[in-house]
Design a protein around this ligand. Structure first.
Ligand code: SIN
Length: 190
Protein backbone atom coordinates (compact mmCIF):
# COMPACT_ATOMS: atom_id res chain seq x y z
CA UNK A 1 0.00 0.00 0.00
CA UNK A 2 0.99 3.60 -0.62
CA UNK A 3 3.02 5.13 2.25
CA UNK A 4 4.16 8.76 2.20
CA UNK A 5 5.51 8.67 5.79
CA UNK A 6 9.22 8.70 4.89
CA UNK A 7 8.75 11.33 2.16
CA UNK A 8 6.97 13.59 4.63
CA UNK A 9 9.77 13.32 7.19
CA UNK A 10 11.99 15.06 4.62
CA UNK A 11 9.47 17.86 4.04
CA UNK A 12 10.60 19.99 6.96
CA UNK A 13 9.23 23.37 5.94
CA UNK A 14 9.20 24.59 9.54
CA UNK A 15 12.61 23.33 10.70
CA UNK A 16 13.64 24.98 13.97
CA UNK A 17 10.13 26.29 14.72
CA UNK A 18 8.89 25.60 18.26
CA UNK A 19 5.26 25.48 17.05
CA UNK A 20 3.50 25.11 13.67
CA UNK A 21 0.00 26.02 12.48
CA UNK A 22 -1.56 22.90 10.93
CA UNK A 23 -4.60 23.63 8.75
CA UNK A 24 -7.21 20.84 8.67
CA UNK A 25 -9.84 20.75 5.93
CA UNK A 26 -11.07 17.13 6.10
CA UNK A 27 -11.07 14.69 8.99
CA UNK A 28 -8.58 16.91 10.79
CA UNK A 29 -11.42 19.41 11.35
CA UNK A 30 -13.64 17.02 13.31
CA UNK A 31 -11.22 14.35 14.51
CA UNK A 32 -8.48 16.10 16.44
CA UNK A 33 -6.97 13.04 18.11
CA UNK A 34 -3.60 14.77 18.58
CA UNK A 35 -2.26 17.30 21.08
CA UNK A 36 -2.52 20.96 20.16
CA UNK A 37 -1.78 24.19 22.00
CA UNK A 38 -4.59 26.22 20.49
CA UNK A 39 -7.12 25.99 17.65
CA UNK A 40 -8.63 28.73 15.51
CA UNK A 41 -11.07 28.70 12.56
CA UNK A 42 -9.25 29.72 9.40
CA UNK A 43 -9.33 29.54 5.61
CA UNK A 44 -6.87 29.07 2.78
CA UNK A 45 -7.19 31.02 -0.44
CA UNK A 46 -6.98 29.44 -3.92
CA UNK A 47 -8.28 25.98 -2.98
CA UNK A 48 -11.53 23.98 -3.01
CA UNK A 49 -12.31 20.80 -1.08
CA UNK A 50 -13.22 17.65 -3.05
CA UNK A 51 -13.96 13.99 -2.20
CA UNK A 52 -11.55 12.90 -4.90
CA UNK A 53 -9.00 10.91 -2.88
CA UNK A 54 -9.31 7.16 -2.26
CA UNK A 55 -9.08 5.81 1.27
CA UNK A 56 -7.71 2.27 1.44
CA UNK A 57 -6.63 2.45 5.05
CA UNK A 58 -9.21 4.44 7.08
CA UNK A 59 -12.62 4.64 5.39
CA UNK A 60 -12.32 1.79 2.92
CA UNK A 61 -10.13 -1.16 2.04
CA UNK A 62 -7.76 -1.90 -0.88
CA UNK A 63 -10.57 -4.00 -2.43
CA UNK A 64 -13.35 -1.46 -1.80
CA UNK A 65 -11.83 1.99 -1.28
CA UNK A 66 -13.74 4.84 0.27
CA UNK A 67 -13.49 8.48 -0.72
CA UNK A 68 -12.04 11.22 1.45
CA UNK A 69 -11.22 14.89 1.11
CA UNK A 70 -8.41 16.55 -0.70
CA UNK A 71 -7.94 20.00 -2.24
CA UNK A 72 -7.83 21.22 -5.81
CA UNK A 73 -6.53 24.57 -7.01
CA UNK A 74 -9.27 27.16 -7.63
CA UNK A 75 -7.84 30.64 -8.01
CA UNK A 76 -10.69 32.74 -6.62
CA UNK A 77 -12.05 30.33 -4.01
CA UNK A 78 -11.46 29.94 -0.32
CA UNK A 79 -11.60 26.75 1.71
CA UNK A 80 -12.64 27.01 5.36
CA UNK A 81 -11.25 24.73 8.02
CA UNK A 82 -9.60 24.60 11.41
CA UNK A 83 -6.03 25.62 12.24
CA UNK A 84 -4.23 23.92 15.13
CA UNK A 85 -1.06 25.15 16.75
CA UNK A 86 1.03 22.02 17.27
CA UNK A 87 4.55 21.22 18.39
CA UNK A 88 6.78 19.49 15.79
CA UNK A 89 6.69 16.03 17.42
CA UNK A 90 2.96 15.83 16.65
CA UNK A 91 3.83 15.57 12.94
CA UNK A 92 5.17 11.98 13.21
CA UNK A 93 1.79 10.38 14.10
CA UNK A 94 0.03 12.70 11.64
CA UNK A 95 2.34 11.51 8.85
CA UNK A 96 1.20 7.96 9.62
CA UNK A 97 -2.48 8.94 9.75
CA UNK A 98 -2.16 10.76 6.37
CA UNK A 99 0.13 8.22 4.69
CA UNK A 100 -2.20 7.19 1.86
CA UNK A 101 -1.02 9.82 -0.62
CA UNK A 102 -0.93 13.04 1.39
CA UNK A 103 2.18 15.21 1.38
CA UNK A 104 3.04 18.08 3.70
CA UNK A 105 2.76 21.46 1.93
CA UNK A 106 3.36 24.97 3.19
CA UNK A 107 0.49 27.43 2.57
CA UNK A 108 -0.53 30.90 3.71
CA UNK A 109 -3.59 30.74 5.96
CA UNK A 110 -5.98 33.38 7.26
CA UNK A 111 -7.60 33.21 10.69
CA UNK A 112 -11.24 34.29 10.82
CA UNK A 113 -13.46 35.98 13.41
CA UNK A 114 -16.84 34.60 14.50
CA UNK A 115 -18.45 36.06 11.36
CA UNK A 116 -15.96 34.27 9.11
CA UNK A 117 -14.07 37.43 8.14
CA UNK A 118 -10.31 37.20 7.73
CA UNK A 119 -8.43 38.93 10.54
CA UNK A 120 -4.82 37.75 10.55
CA UNK A 121 -2.42 35.71 8.42
CA UNK A 122 0.25 33.11 9.08
CA UNK A 123 2.18 30.39 7.28
CA UNK A 124 0.64 26.99 7.81
CA UNK A 125 0.99 23.33 6.94
CA UNK A 126 -1.54 21.18 5.09
CA UNK A 127 -1.59 17.53 4.10
CA UNK A 128 -2.38 17.58 0.38
CA UNK A 129 -3.23 14.62 -1.84
CA UNK A 130 -2.40 16.04 -5.25
CA UNK A 131 -3.71 14.72 -8.56
CA UNK A 132 -0.49 12.82 -9.32
CA UNK A 133 -0.66 10.56 -6.24
CA UNK A 134 -1.59 6.91 -6.93
CA UNK A 135 -4.71 7.06 -4.70
CA UNK A 136 -6.16 10.09 -6.49
CA UNK A 137 -9.54 9.14 -7.99
CA UNK A 138 -10.57 12.52 -9.33
CA UNK A 139 -13.93 13.73 -10.46
CA UNK A 140 -17.08 11.62 -10.76
CA UNK A 141 -20.82 12.42 -10.73
CA UNK A 142 -21.91 13.43 -7.22
CA UNK A 143 -24.44 10.59 -7.03
CA UNK A 144 -21.66 8.06 -7.80
CA UNK A 145 -19.35 9.57 -5.20
CA UNK A 146 -22.16 9.50 -2.62
CA UNK A 147 -22.97 5.88 -3.46
CA UNK A 148 -19.33 4.87 -3.03
CA UNK A 149 -19.21 6.70 0.32
CA UNK A 150 -22.46 5.06 1.44
CA UNK A 151 -21.10 1.55 0.84
CA UNK A 152 -17.46 1.85 1.98
CA UNK A 153 -16.16 0.86 5.42
CA UNK A 154 -12.62 0.76 6.73
CA UNK A 155 -10.61 0.30 9.94
CA UNK A 156 -11.57 3.82 11.11
CA UNK A 157 -15.28 3.22 10.51
CA UNK A 158 -17.94 3.85 7.88
CA UNK A 159 -17.06 6.25 5.09
CA UNK A 160 -20.51 7.83 5.55
CA UNK A 161 -19.49 9.04 9.03
CA UNK A 162 -16.53 10.98 7.55
CA UNK A 163 -18.79 12.96 5.20
CA UNK A 164 -21.59 13.53 7.73
CA UNK A 165 -19.14 14.71 10.41
CA UNK A 166 -17.37 17.00 7.97
CA UNK A 167 -20.62 18.61 6.80
CA UNK A 168 -21.71 19.11 10.42
CA UNK A 169 -18.36 20.65 11.37
CA UNK A 170 -18.52 23.03 8.39
CA UNK A 171 -22.02 24.12 9.37
CA UNK A 172 -20.79 24.77 12.91
CA UNK A 173 -18.04 26.93 11.42
CA UNK A 174 -20.62 28.79 9.34
CA UNK A 175 -18.67 27.78 6.22
CA UNK A 176 -20.07 27.48 2.69
CA UNK A 177 -19.06 24.44 0.66
CA UNK A 178 -21.28 23.59 -2.31
CA UNK A 179 -19.50 20.28 -3.06
CA UNK A 180 -19.79 18.94 0.49
CA UNK A 181 -23.40 19.99 1.09
CA UNK A 182 -24.51 18.62 -2.29
CA UNK A 183 -22.79 15.31 -1.52
CA UNK A 184 -24.46 15.18 1.88
CA UNK A 185 -27.87 15.54 0.16
CA UNK A 186 -27.07 12.72 -2.28
CA UNK A 187 -25.89 10.55 0.62
CA UNK A 188 -29.37 10.76 2.14
CA UNK A 189 -30.67 8.70 -0.82
CA UNK A 190 -28.44 5.69 -0.07
C1 SIN B 1 -7.19 17.10 6.48
O1 SIN B 1 -8.13 16.76 7.17
O2 SIN B 1 -6.80 18.28 6.51
C2 SIN B 1 -6.45 16.13 5.63
C3 SIN B 1 -7.28 15.11 4.99
C4 SIN B 1 -7.97 14.16 5.92
O3 SIN B 1 -7.34 13.54 6.78
O4 SIN B 1 -9.19 14.03 5.83
Amino acid sequence: MLDTTVLNQQRNFFEGHAAIWLFGYGSLIWKADFDFLERRPAYIHGWERRFWQASHDHRGTPEAPGRVATLIRARDSICHGMAYLITPEVLAPLDVREKNGYLREKVPLTFVDEKGNGIEQSEGLIYLASDDNPAFLGEAPLAEIAQQIASAHGPSGPNREYLVNLAKALRELGAQDAHIFALEKHLGRF
